[in-house]
Each structure stands twice: as C-alpha cells, then as structure tokens.
Ligand binder design. Structure first.
Ligand code: 0A1
Ligand code: ZN
Length: 856
C-alpha cells in the first residue's frame, strides 16, 4: 500500500538531478524470500544543478542492511530513511565524486504487484518501468540519470540474465556488463529454469549478434515466429531508419505474469508470454500479428527510448508515440498498408477517442500526474503516434527523414524532451512548429465540420474546427490539422488527386477551380488527422465513395459510415436496413479485385461500444440492449441479403495445405470468418460446428467456437475445447475470454460469476484476470445490464485485486470511464460501483487516482 494522501507531480516543477551517476555495480544474491542486493554507485555532483544539495535516493519496500559513503558506514543520524527513500545530507557528502554503497534485502516471492524483482512460476524476473527499480535498491530512480551498469548474479538457477553483454560466468554466478548508459527503468534481471530458441543476425556493418528467446522448457518450439519477426525488425530499422543494433547479444524472455504487453529493457526484453509464444494449433492470426508488432515495438525502442530516452515521465510520448509510429510503419510494410491503417484507426477510435471524450481525457504530454503508471494510455501511445504521422505529412517524407537523422545525431545518449523533438524538426525543415506543439498540450478530439459549395466551376470546402473542453482545459486554441482531400467527378473518376489542406484557423475555406461539375469530396484521406469529421451527406454519396474512392481508407470509411447510419436509424426509429446499404455491401462481398482482408474489414459491423459513442455524440442516450438487438438484426438482414454469396465466399477463402501465418492467408481466413458468422444466422451454426470439428489451427477453431456462442450454441464445443487445451494457459485464457465476452446480455454477469468460480480462474495472473473480467467489458450489452449486476461483479473483483496488484486494477477501472454516456439509472449504478471502490480502506494510490478522475 502506498501513501494515503497522494501528491501530484508537476511538469513545471522539473529540476535537474543534483547528482549524476558515472557507474553502477550490482551484486544479486538471489533467494525467493530474502534476496540480497549489494550496490556500488559512483556519484558526481551535477554541474548543471545547484551545489550543496543532499543525496536523495528512492527506495520502497527495502530492508536496509547497511550503507556507506566514500567507504565510511552511514550511521543512524547520518541519514533520513522513509517509506519512499533515503536522504543523506550534504554535510555528510564529499564535494568531489564519491562512491555510495548499500546492501538491502528484498522479498521477490511476496511481490504480487509485479513491479521490481518478483517471481513468476518459480522464475525471477524484473519490471522497472516506470518506477520499479526503487523496489530493488536505493537509487535516483528517474530517467534523466543514466549510467553504465555491471551486474553479478549469484544463484543456482540454470539461467542468469541481465542487460548488455555477457561477462564471466561459472558455477552459481554470471556477470553482465552494459556499456550503454541507461536509466534505471531499463534495468532487467531474469533467473530460472529456462531454455532458449537461438538464432543470429549480422548487422549491416558486419557485427554478429546472438539472438535468444528464453522460455520455460517445452515452449521452445513456439518461438520461431517471434525470432523471425525480430530479425525482420532488425533489418527494417537498418533499412528505413539507418539504426543498427549495438550489443553482442539480444535476449527476450517470456514470462507468464506480466502487467503489460512487454518491456524494452536494454538487450534483455521481457515479454508477456502471450506476445511471444505461437504455434498454428494454439495461436490465432491475431496473435501472430500482435507478436510481430510487439516484437518490433520493443526492438525499435533500442533507439527510440533507450539510446535516446525521456528526461522525465511527462515526456513519455517522446519514446512511446514515436515507437508506436515506427511499429505501425513496420507492420504496414510487412503486411498491407491500407489494411494496417484501417486497423490502427479502428483501435484509435475504440480506445483513444473513448478516453479523449470522457473524464480521463489528458494531453499527449500530460502536465501532472499522481501515479505515472496510470499514464501508459491510448492517448500517450496511439494519439502520440498520430501526432508524429501528422508531422510527417506536414514536413513531407524527406523532411521527416532529415529530422530523424538529426534527432539521432543530436540526442544520442540524451534524456530528451518534446521541445527537443520539435526543435529537431524546425531545424531540419525550417518549419515553425509552435502551433503544432498544441497537439502535445491540448487534450480532446478536435471536431472538424465541413460544408461545401460549387459555383462557376469552382468548388469550395469550408472547414471549421472545435476542440471540446476536457478536465482542466475549458478553452482550446485552434490546432494545425492536415486534412488530406481528393475529389471525384460524378462518373467516379478522380479529378483532384490527394492534396493536403492545412487547417490552422478556427475556420478556413479552400477552393478548387476548373471543374465541370460539382465533385464528390473524399475528405480526411488515410485518416490524415486524429479528428472527428462532421459533414452532412447522403446515403447515395457514401455508397458512391464506397464504390469509387481511390483512397482505400476512405473507401472503407464510407462503408463504415453507411453501417453506422443504418444502425443508428434501426436503434432510434426502428427503421429496417435499406437496400442502398445492403446492395453496397454485396458489391464489396462480390468484388474479387479487393484484398480479402479489406473486404473482411468492410463487411464487419461497428462494435456496440463504437455505436454507443456515435449515438452519444449525436445527442442520443445510448441503450446498450437496443444497440445489441439492432446489431443482431442488421447481421441477420445482411446474412439474408448475401445468402447467395456467402457459401461461395466461404469456400473460396479456404486455403489448402498447412497453416501459414502470412498476411495474405490471414486475410483470407478473416473474410472466411466474416462469412461464417453471417452463415450461422441462416444455418443455425451448422457450418460453424463443422468447422470447429475439422479445424487444424486455432484461428479456425476459436473462430468457429465464437460464432457458435454468438448464436446461442457451442456449450458442448466449449467442453471439448477445454479438455483439449486445459494444460495450455494461453489457450485457456481465450476460452475464458470468449465466454464472458460473448455471453447473452441477460446472462453475462452470471456467466462471468461462474467463470470466477472455475478452478482455473487464477485471478492473481493478470492475463487470466483480464480474460474473464476484461472480457465482460467487451460485452457491452452484458456489462451494462440494467440490473447493475455486472458493474457490481467488476467492482467486487477490482476491490479484491487492488491490494495484490494496484497497477492492473487501476488500468481496469477504465471499464467505467464511459459512465456519462448513459441514462440516469445506469449512471447511478456505475457511479455507485466506483464510489464503492473509492471507499475501500487502504485502496492503492494507483486506483485512488483513477477512480477519482473517472468520478470527476
Ligand atoms: N515501455 C513498455 C510498456 C510498459 C510500460 C510500463 C510497464 O510497467 C508499468 C511495463 C511495460 C512498452 O511500451 O512496450
Ligand atoms: Zn513502448
């Protein structure tokens, strides 16, 4: 438990560290309940800080055995020790560089928060971002203190790993040296009974790098894809960004208990095993895609995050926004760019727009926080990446490439800021980016309203921008919004290829001359800015763009908007879906010139949560049950309309031969799955039941099971699936998640409650907890059951998890972040559940902050 009266930290309070570190040496004597950590830290006064300051070291949950400054033991009275650290007064410190030594004892086996050194299934591992290192030893645990580390691990465990290059090793010990100065949050140590899948990579300058993916014995056959993705990432970063790897080894460890996806520790990435292990029979296409993206993400951090790190945690988007942007580029290059873009925007809208339009809205670079772990958000990561995409669009590809070269040249080895980042772009391209900087400081999703007119061959677009008030930011200034636009003439030909309009004022008009007829505009092509586009238009125009737009994103977007219009009218007016929509989708389904992955996305209906937000934005209070019903009805109507296409599509998309995770094959399976889901509405799940029996890969097996559950069948298959996979944790996570996320609305709370009583519901394991409880959140109609039963169930479990694992609990409170969308009864129930969490005695700082912000 942390401090009861948590204090906020402010960006404006930043001061440079009083002491810098030249070198760190650590010795770990590992023991599950009593690990000893001996540290030797070479300090030197920071010439850029005020002289004569005390030495302030962070430390939490440490038992201090002894400490010394310049070889002299620090005695009681020589220092102040609190729950959060150790302070040695200036009077006790030499004016010159000095050595601080300490010995502490920690208890990894009692560490259920999974921050610092902890145990997962008998293996030792660490998680130090953001502030976990202070649970390992006393240290200035802030990212602007960078130092080379030498680590000696003493233990009988078979494998002993840390950052950097391997040094001496022998019976019961191993040493590691990391020559690259790094902040403590990038420290890692792993020890256990592990085996490696190995490979190698030769950098373009000819240096060989040994690659190892370390897993529990038995899992070594599930690392091929991750290794392949790693090698492709290393090559891509050389080819596209000119960045080479810089150590002799690169190791990845898969751990079962992990709060997040993965961690970029220098030379020793630690991964949630779900983002490493894959085999055709246990992993889905989506798993493979996630593994590729996350392996790339963590690897790319080696330059954007590690070699250049953040000055302070307010600058988190400096490394995360850029690294997400880079991993998105990589995945687009490895797979289909348009499909990747659509997927990224779907995710952005589902997570970031939801956050940005609710009580948790905050800028990409926040200016204060209570618990930094609560700011690893969709806004920092995904909007952070969008901001970089806009910057690239504004300065052009060459300008971007120049700016990045300058960034790496100028800031290698630095702990940098967003100001440094923008200065690099200004210096490399000459462009004034002061207004652009608002993207980092203003929260909220700008709304761009578009009207148009046509006269004497001139077409004019009138653009207006407005960013809504967000917590702490009532008034917003206009931002620079790159709006990519193309024009089509009425016969479907493009008369104006994509051009980027720069909207910098609150209102601006842009003209296009020499047109023979009023064109159809295609606006915000490629989703050129993270904004909500508001333009009154007709069903015919949307169907026209779906058929003719040359921009794949906007082609998809037109179909999406059509579906949303249809669904909205089904919910509010009980209108039946009209032929314009159904015929337009039939053309997509039949169009063999379109990429199957694209067709699958175009045929997919908007999620229930997406519809709830859309209705709310349009001034309608969403009723989750009505949305669920309407969506089911639309699915049926679509299935009936496409009944003559579906069986053929289902057959055509079947790929002969053994499973391959490549994106082309995955695209075919995605379209096949879409067809299957619709067919199940017509054949009562017969085809799905057959697919379940015949499937030789997890994508098709799980896909069939999900379809069966969503049409009210699949109980027997659930049993078969469980018996087949009960020894595979990651597959059983899917089994749990499927049930809570697909339970019929009135049964969701009971189904989830029953799952929490299952002997395999190991709630202390974050993946399992997220599968069951988080699965319920994706079941919008079930979560928002009018009785409030699901809210209560979730609150019960968050209250239970909080003392064990505050970080995961706090993240999961976002299940309630949308309370203000709903009717008064649901609002009262959701707020009641939140207030009950808030009133829990001893609630962690993490969860206290989140619940407080959500309640507003
Ligand atoms: N930096 C990692 C994500 C990460 C962040 C925080 C963690 O613990 C609080 C763990 C991992 C990444 O971006 O992948
Ligand atoms: Zn990251």
């Amino acid at each position: 438990m942390k401090d009861a009266t948590p204090q906020a930290v402010y960006l404006s309070d930043y001061t440079p560290p009083a002491y810098l570190v030249d070198k760190v040496s650590l010795v770990f004597r590992l023991d599950p309940a009593a690990t000893r950590v001996l540290s030797r830290i070479e300090f030197r006064p920071n010439p850029d800080a005020a002289p004569g300051q005390p030495l302030v070291l962070d430390g939490e949950k440490l038992k201090l055995i002894g400490a010394a400054v310049a070889g002299e033991a620090v005695k009681d009275g020589d220092h102040t020790q609190t729950d959060t650290g150790l302070t040695i007064p200036a009077s006790r410190l030499p004016a010159e560089p000095f050595v601080f030594e300490a010995e502490v004892e920690i208890d990894p086996s009692a560490n259920t928060a999974l921050e610092g050194l902890y145990m997962s299934n008998g293996m030792y591992c660490t998680q130090c971002e953001a502030e976990g290192f202070r649970r390992i030893t006393y240290y200035p645990d802030r990212p602007d203190v960078m130092a080379p580390f030498h680590v000696r691990i003493e233990s009988d465990e078979k494998v002993l790993l840390s950052n950097g290059n391997p040094g001496a090793s022998g019976d019961g010990f191993a040493e590691w040296t990391d020559p690259w100065p790094k902040p403590a949050y990038l420290f890692a140590l792993v020890a256990g009974d592990l085996v490696a899948a190995k490979d190698s990579f030769t950098t373009r300058s000819g240096t060989p790098v040994e690659l190892g993916i370390w897993v529990r014995p038995g899992d070594e056959g599930k690392c091929d894809y991750a290794l392949d993705a790693l090698k492709r990432s290393m090559k891509w970063d050389e080819d596209v960004y000119g960045r080479e790897y810089d150590l002799d080894v690169f190791n990845i460890v898969a751990v079962d208990d992990f709060n997040m996806g993965a961690m970029e520790n220098k030379g020793l990435n630690v991964f949630n095993s779900k983002y490493v292990l894959a085999s055709p029979s246990t992993a889905t296409d989506m798993d493979y895609e996630n593994i590729e993206g996350i392996i790339a993400h963590e690897y790319f951090h080696n330059w954007t995050g590690n070699r250049i790190t953040c000055r302070d945690w307010f600058q988190l988007c400096l490394k995360e926004g850029l690294t997400v942007f880079r991993d998105q580029q990589f995945s687009g290059d490895m797979r289909s760019k348009p499909v990747k873009r659509i997927q990224d925007v779907l995710q952005l809208r589902a997570r970031q727009f939801r956050e940005d339009n609710g009580p948790l809205a905050h800028p990409v670079r926040p200016s204060s926080y209570i618990e930094i772990n609560n700011f690893y958000t969709a806004t920092v990561y995904e909007k952070g990446a969008e901001v970089i995409g806009m910057l690239k669009r504004l300065v052009g590809d060459d300008g971007y490439a120049k700016a990045l070269d300058l960034y790496f040249d100028r800031h290698d080895g630095d702990a940098a800021t967003i100001e440094d980042w923008l200065a690099v772009f200004q210096d490399a391209t000459g462009r004034d980016l002061s207004q652009f900087g608002r993207w980092y400081t203003q929260a909220g999703t700008p709304r761009v309203t578009v009207t148009d007119d046509f006269k004497d061959g001139t077409y004019t677009l009138h653009l207006k921008q407005e960013t809504p008030a967000t917590p702490g930011q009532p008034d917003k200034q206009p931002q620079v919004i790159p709006v990519a636009v193309g024009l089509l003439n009425p016969n479907g030909d493009e008369v104006q290829p994509t051009t980027v309009l720069e909207l910098t004022e609150e209102q601006q008009s842009f003209t296009f001359d020499g047109l023979s007829a009023k064109p159809v505009p295609s606006i915000l092509r490629g989703f050129s800015a993270p904004v909500i586009l508001d333009r009154k238009t007709t069903t015919e125009e949307r169907a026209f763009l779906l058929a003719h737009d040359t921009d794949p994103f906007n082609k998809w977007e037109a179909g999406r908007a059509l579906a949303k219009d249809v669904l909205a009218r089904m919910v509010t007016d009980r209108a039946a879906p009209g032929p314009a929509y159904l015929d337009a989708l039939e053309r997509v389904a039949r169009d063999e010139t379109l990429d199957p992955a694209f067709r699958a996305l175009a045929l997919r209906l908007p999620s229930e949560d997406d519809m709830a937000q859309t209705l709310f934005d349009a001034g309608v209070t969403p009723d989750p049950l009505a949305i669920h019903d309407a969506r089911e009805k639309l699915m049926l109507a679509l299935a009936e309309h496409l009944s003559s296409v579906l069986p053929g599509l289902y057959e055509d998309m079947s790929i002969p031969g053994p499973y391959s995770p490549d994106s082309k094959a995955a695209g075919c399976r995605a379209l096949r799955q879409t067809a299957l889901a619709m067919m199940a509405r017509l054949d009562d799940g017969k085809t799905a039941a057959k697919q379940f029996r015949d499937a030789d890969n997890m994508t098709e097996q799980l896909g069939a099971l999900g379809v069966l559950l969503s049409v009210g069948h699949g109980q027997e298959e659930l049993g078969t699936f469980y018996r087949q996979w009960q020894l595979d944790r990651l597959v059983i996570d899917k089994w749990f998640a499927l049930q809570s996320s697909l339970a019929a609305p009135g049964k969701a709370a009971d189904t989830t409650l029953a799952l929490t009583r299952h002997p395999d519901f190991d709630w202390k394991n974050p993946n399992r907890f997220r599968s069951v409880i988080g699965g319920l959140a994706t079941n919008a109609a079930g979560f928002h059951d009018p009785s409030g039963a699901s809210y209560e169930l979730v609150a019960d479990w968050l209250i239970r998890l909080d003392p064990m694992n505050p970080q995961t609990t706090a993240r999961m409170t976002t299940m309630f972040e949308t309370w203000n969308r709903y009717d008064a009864d649901r609002q009262a129930l959701m707020r009641g559940a939140l207030q009950r969490i808030a009133a829990t005695r001893g609630l962690s700082r993490d969860t206290t902050e989140m619940v407080g912000r959500i309640l507003g």
